[in-house]
Write a protein that binds this ligand. Structure first.
Ligand code: NAI
Length: 507
């Protein structure tokens, strides 16, 4: 704590390095800078208290400072234990140059994030962003959540459930489905809160006007809550803005996947065989980047449409089980659970590289890997581990020699764990959607209206705003948009100013 500002970051001395990177990132984030220009004077987020749980990177720093430039108060944590860029976190705490903040006298935003948090620390940080105390010392809570993956939203929802029941569900036991260290720590966090303040989450839920969610996995969680009528406040699905998922998930991954692989291993990709599990938006970007590096890419899918897309794009489509012994890289992109099992890992080639780029670390069965008899884990460097498997016999009775597999970021998303995530330009489009979603939730009471089931709903931003975000990024790329003539607009039944496509158009 410094004066009124409390925070938890690695080292404020890193702030200058962070500020230089933020300055360059601002140049690459035309969408966010245009929103500062458009809304800076009107302060549409004045009175908003935003609790953000999203990878604390340089790009996120520009997002945070856009939200404050529009009038919001902000508290921030990362949504992953490995994804923080410590220099960016420090710079945000110290504050923008015009605040006059220094490492000795920070004047920025309370950030609770550093690279390499433990799981208990992770949940402490997520809990911290929800603790909002006003000048009189009253815990007023945030009015909005800005989430990536849904952990902050889940903490509030599970907290409310626990408070209603007066108890937290019992811990899963080793061997139970769903057992994980993560869950144990999460439940402990809830128990501590319940013991100290049994109505805290109920109050929080009442003060929250809504959440905007960044990613596919978090949207999936929101949809589950809405379907059972358990969603406590309205949500905006930012992921499914076209200018988010069709750009960040695809072109962002195309950049940050090879970045993560190279920084982690520096193993040549060209000429090797790379297996991409899943061919959704992330899988498409992953496969394209690996092919671009000269790898022979194999894709697996469970959805026949996506499998056909992969085939038409020229990839071999196969099952992981059938080719696992001959691939050099395995990358998971599904957002699903246990798509790579311990048996798959045991069947991999010596020194093959295994990494996940989906949101959670359960896509690769890390617990199953740890439990393999005789397995030895060697740290090559942080977030890069060699798992050595003893000589054994496979299920067909064939002898296997001792071999090892390189696992990146302990099964967590490797582009953020082993590198610095997506580049600024693509995040500008994603985060412009986030800022617009926060403004919508803060200023437009229509979102508060309940859906058909009598409970809040998950919304998407209107297409006008999606097109607006795209427009804001064209000039910087030197792209000249063609304007419809009035005659053409009438002929295809759209307005000259848009929107140009029907809701069901898929881009
Ligand atoms: P998506 O739904 O477009 O794609 C996932 C694909 O995986 C689907 O086509 C699905 O049919 C397929 N799939 C599911 N189970 C499978 C299985 N067992 N085997 C093979 N294929 C399977 O989702 P999207 O947008 O591509 O996101 C995927 C994950 O990546 C999510 O967890 C999302 O949150 C995360 N994500 C990570 C980013 C990062 O920077 N690391 C950026 C954006 C998203």
């Amino acid at each position: 704590t410094h004066g009124d500002l409390s925070f938890r970051v690695r080292d404020l001395a890193l702030a200058e390095a962070g500020r230089h990177q933020i300055r360059l990132a601002e140049h690459e984030m035309p969408g966010l800078m245009a929103l500062r220009e458009e809304f800076g004077a009107a302060q549409p987020l004045s009175g908003a208290r935003i609790a953000g749980s999203l990878h604390m990177t340089v790009q996120t720093a520009v997002l945070i400072e856009t939200l404050t430039a529009l009038g919001a108060e902000v508290r921030w944590a990362s949504c992953n234990i490995f994804s923080t860029q410590d220099e960016a976190a420090a710079a945000v705490v110290v504050g923008r140059p015009e605040t006059g903040g220094t490492p000795a006298d920070p004047r920025g935003v309370p950030v609770y994030a550093w690279k390499g948090e433990t799981l208990p620390e992770y949940w402490e940080c997520t809990d911290e962003i929800l603790r909002w105390v006003d000048a009189e010392g009253v815990d007023v809570g945030p009015t909005l959540i800005l989430d990536d993956g849904g952990d902050a939203t889940m903490l509030v929802h599970d907290g409310v459930t626990a408070e209603k029941q007066g108890a937290v569900e019992s811990d899963p036991q080793p061997g139970d489905r769903g057992y994980s260290g993560e869950k144990l720590v999460f439940l402990a966090t809830l128990r501590a809160s319940l013991a100290s303040d049994p109505q805290r989450f109920t109050r929080l839920a009442a003060s929250l006007k809504g959440v905007s969610e960044e990613t596919t996995t978090g949207v999936h969680r929101l949809a589950q809550l809405a379907a059972t009528g358990d969603l406590l406040f309205p949500a905006i699905n930012v992921n499914d803005s076209v200018t988010k998922s069709k750009f960040d998930n695809r072109y962002g991954i195309r950049h940050s996947l090879p970045d993560g692989l190279n920084r982690a291993t520096d193993v040549l990709i060209g000429g090797k065989v790379a297996f991409v599990v899943g061919y959704g938006d992330v899988g498409k970007g992953a496969a394209e980047s690996l092919r671009g590096q000269g790898a022979r890419v194999i894709v697996s899918e469970i959805d026949p449409i996506c499998a056909l897309q992969a085939a038409m794009d020229g990839y071999q489509v196969a099952r992981l089980d059938d080719v696992i012994g001959s691939v050099d890289f395995v990358i998971t992109t599904t957002g699903n659970v246990a798509v790579v099992t311990a048996a798959h890992i045991a069947a991999m080639k010596d020194k093959a590289v295994l990494g996940n780029i989906g949101h959670f670390d359960n896509e690769i069965d890390m617990a199953g890997l740890e439990a393999l008899p005789g397995v030895v884990r060697t740290e090559i460097k942080p977030q890069v581990h060699e798992w050595t498997l003893p000589a054994d016999v496979d299920s067909d009775g064939n002898a296997r020699a001792e071999r090892s597999v390189i696992v990146l970021s302990e099964g967590r998303l490797l582009n953020l764990g082993n590198a610095t995530g997506h580049p600024s330009f693509v995040m500008s489009a994603s985060f412009a959607n986030q800022v617009l979603a926060q403004i919508e939730l803060h200023t437009d009471a229509d979102y508060l209206q309940v859906g058909e089931g009598g409970t809040p709903d998950v919304h998407r931003l209107p297409k006008e705003l999606d097109e607006k975000v795209a427009r804001m990024h064209l000039e910087a790329l030197g792209a000249d948009l063609t304007e419809l003539t009035k005659e053409q607009a009438e002929y295809i039944d759209v307005d000259v100013a848009g929107p140009y496509k029907s809701e069901h158009y898929r881009y």
